[in-house]
Design a protein around this ligand. Structure first.
Ligand code: NAD
Ligand code: ZN
Length: 351
């Protein structure tokens, strides 16, 4: 085992990050040490890199960012009995307390003391990382590393889609970033009658088509509400899945829902927003559900089942880069002309 490793770290408060050599972490008694084979870039990583207002309030440098990963267990802490060297794992990134009311009632995904890997603790943009064994999800051995890495945001998509009735229903997806794109494929596989996808970026609209959207709608050019109503036969869509966090898209989605419809909302607006609660929710009898993270570990079992059942994420993974090219990855994230970008801390595999 090497004693030092490469890591992308935010060393000081402010934009950017540095590629540095640091000691390989020592796993604590309940931790596993993981060799990171693939780590995908999340919007959160870009927010921290660009040092947005949320990061300024939350991040305490120095910190290794990154939290979506696939890797191999190379050492286990002295008290770990559940994992072995050689296990192929991904990470549930919410490190929960186990003793608050939510944790004690099985609602770990809304633990009030949650710490997040790569946000509150050193993360995956490194050749090795240490994490609690209880957060290390064992993958099927033949799952490709890139797909294994994106299971964390896939879990967000699956949690959202499966929280509302999909089979035989007409679905609108607002926001076709990586999570919305995955939700399109999950909703199709779950038996949606049709999935109508809305975005404002050509690259993402093209990916939405390739992930199985029945129709795509360009929010810059079209009357989104009128088009969704027309496509659903006049009355409105049965289900809204919201992944943009954009106030315009959220309002359009709610207006396009039929009376009695259901909305599941994962997108995070950057500030409080105005909605017509009376007309668009109360008097239409809409049910709105907020979706935080992934259910631990129900959602992970569903993710495993969907991948075994043929969920195809190939169009989603658009860029593969060595860890050293993290600045190029962040530029892709800034432009939005990408699906998932995967970084490889030990080199990009040939196949
Ligand atoms: P992303 O930023 O890549 O995707 C957002 C998409 O919305 C982009 O493709 C963008 O073009 C599109 N968009 C912007 N304005 C729009 C408009 N007016 N109409 C339609 N589409 C519009 O983000 P992502 O990584 O796919 O994540 C999706 C959202 O989920 C983000 O808001 C993120 O912060 C949030 N998130 C929430 C959780 C949770 O636990 N609730 C977890 C992860 C991410
Ligand atoms: Zn808790």
């Amino acid at each position: 085992m090497p004693t030092t490793m490469k890591a992308v770290r935010k060393l000081t408060p402010g934009p950017g990050a540095s590629l540095v050599t640091v000691p390989v972490p020592e796993p604590g008694p309940l931790d596993v040490l993981v060799k990171v084979n693939a780590t995908s870039v999340c919007g959160t990583d870009y927010h921290i890199y660009s040092w947005d207002p949320w990061s300024q309030g939350r991040i305490k440098p120095p910190l290794t960012t990154g939290h979506e990963l696939a890797g191999e267990v190379v050492a286990v802490g002295s008290q770990v009995t559940t994992h072995r060297v050689g296990d192929f794992i991904s990470a549930e990134t919410h490190i929960v307390c186990g003793h608050c009311q939510q944790c004690l009632t099985g609602q770990y995904h809304v633990c009030q003391n949650t710490r997040i890997l790569g946000v509150d603790t050193d993360g995956a943009f490194a050749q090795y990382l240490s994490l609690p064994a209880s957060n290390a999800w064992k993958n099927d051995p033949d799952l490709p590393a890139d797909v294994a890495s994106v299971q964390e945001p896939l879990g967000n998509a699956v949690h959202t889609v499966l929280s509302v009735p999909i089979t035989g229903n007409v679905v609108a997806v607002t926001g076709c970033g990586p999570i919305g794109l995955m939700a399109i494929a999950v909703a199709r596989l779950s038996g949606a009658t049709a999935v109508f996808a809305v975005d404002v970026n050509d690259y993402r609209l093209d990916l939405a088509r390739r992930m199985g959207a029945t129709e795509v709608i360009d929010g810059r050019k079209e009357d989104v509400v009128a088009r969704l109503r027309r496509l659903s036969g006049g009355g409105g869509v049965d289900v809204l899945l919201e992944f943009s966090g954009n106030p315009t898209a959220i309002n359009q989605g709610l207006k396009a829902l039929r009376p009695g419809g259901k909305a599941a909302m994962l997108g995070l607006p950057s500030r409080p927003l105005e909605i017509d609660l009376g007309n668009d929710i109360v008097m239409k009898g809409i049910e709105v559900k907020g979706i935080a993270g992934r259910r631990m570990y129900d959602t992970w079992f569903k993710v495993k089942g969907l991948l075994r059942g043929g969920l195809d994420l190939r169009p989603l993974i658009t860029h593969r880069l060595p860890l050293e090219a993290y600045e190029d990855a962040m530029e892709l994230m800034r432009q939005g002309n990408c699906g998932k970008v995967i970084l490889y801390p030990h080199g990009v595999p040939n196949n």
